[in-house]
Design a protein around this ligand. Structure first.
Ligand SMILES: *Cc1c(COP(=O)(O)O)cnc(C)c1O
Length: 357
């Protein structure tokens, strides 16, 4: 069976050595050595100033909203993983969708402008599949309308924009380090905070609002990463170049093998890519179903990333209708892409798609 992705597991001996260290110290969570070390290493690897590790990518988003005191309406993309929208709703915010550009699959800045009202307080774009958003244009719109910007950068680990980390755009960017992501800590996530004055607040928010044993200064939650998770991250970070190289090769071979048969995501020319996903866009729903069932018959399971379009969720006002997002979500598939995928398995996938179309 071949799934869309397979969790990358690092050198077992190295992980065991970290586990031994944790046992020796007896310190398993609450900002321990491993978490601190991983924060330092990621900050330098990614080229970002302030990084705070948390329990997962969803609480990273929620913590960002709370740190920035968001209220009212927040403009976001309907084409993403459900957590981008659900995290807003569970925090009492109203998601207002701005449709995507059907070629880049990212939120369309012109649609953002059309959706701004007096109730709007922020924009939550997603660098979908790691393709950089039009960050300069979004910044201009946000500045003009006094809006906060939180990038859900769950897919954008180590993506560069004009040579600099894309995570340095917006007030806060969030990452997910879930086991299915390109870099992971089993479960985990991070906030990249561009305003230095917010760092301490975020650290309080992820630990019940506790400042020290004597005082509680904010309404917080428990969103801490533990030492075992950080140890996994330290191991994987040692192997990340190798992981990227293998993914890059597979990505290249998919492009070559499927060129002319299906449509690909249009990549922002100012943005690098990290080879985390390989989406293909079919002509219509029928063609998508045909390709999907042919692959399934061969025990190959691409994923419908992303379906459904988030404007169709039961807890969203039914008046919102995002034409491009609904259309794309009907005919997009993400193909298997992970370091252990063999060349021959990939050939099989390409050949099945070829013969179906
Ligand atoms: C994975 C993902 C999340 C959620 O991250 P978790 O670590 O699973 O909580 C949020 N947004 C996007 C776009 C994602 O892909």
């Amino acid at each position: 069976m071949i799934n869309v992705t397979k969790t990358y597991l690092p050198c077992r001996k190295k992980f065991h050595a970290y586990v031994d260290k944790i046992f020796e110290s007896g310190w398993v969570t609450n900002n321990g050595q491993m978490v601190q070390r991983l924060e330092e290493r990621l900050s330098s690897y990614l080229g970002v100033k302030n990084i705070v590790l948390v329990a997962n990518g969803t609480v990273a988003l929620e913590t960002a909203y709370r740190a920035l005191d968001l209220k009212g309406h927040v403009i976001t993309t309907p084409f993403s993983f459900v957590a981008t929208t659900s995290s807003l709703v569970t925090n009492g915010l109203t998601p207002i969708f701005a449709d995507i550009d059907p070629t880049t699959l990212n939120i369309n800045p012109n649609e953002i402008v059309k959706s701004i009202t007096k109730d709007t307080t922020a924009i939550v774009p997603v660098h979908i599949f790691g393709n950089g958003c039009e960050v300069d244009e979004i910044q201009r719109i946000a500045h003009k309308n006094k809006l906060k910007v939180i990038y859900d950068a769950a897919h954008a680990f180590d993506v560069k924009y004009k040579g600099d980390s894309i995570l340095n755009y917006g007030d806060i960017s969030t990452l997910s380090f879930h086991a299915t992501k390109i870099f992971h800590t089993i479960e985990g996530g991070a906030l990249i905070i561009n305003d230095d004055s917010l760092v301490q607040k975020v650290k309080h928010l992820i630990n019940f609002g506790i400042e020290n044993t004597e005082s509680i200064v904010a309404l917080g939650t428990n969103a801490k990463m533990n030492e075992f998770e950080a140890a996994m991250g330290l191991c994987i970070l040692d192997e990340i170049e190798n992981i990227k190289e293998q993914r890059k090769q597979l990505h290249h071979d998919y492009l070559e093998g499927l060129c002319g048969l299906v449509k690909f995501q249009k990549i922002n020319t100012d943005s690098s890519i990290n080879y985390s996903y390989f989406p293909i866009i079919l002509k219509n729903t029928n063609q998508r179903i045909k390709v999907q069932s042919a692959l399934n018959t061969a025990k190959i399971f691409p994923r419908r990333y992303f379906f459904p379009s988030l404007d169709t969720l039961t807890y969203i006002e039914p008046t919102q209708f995002m034409e491009h997002s609904r259309d794309i979500s009907e005919r997009i598939l993400c193909l298997p892409l992970y370091p252990q995928l063999s060349k021959s398995e990939q050939k099989t996938i390409i050949n099945i798609i070829k013969s179906t179309l």
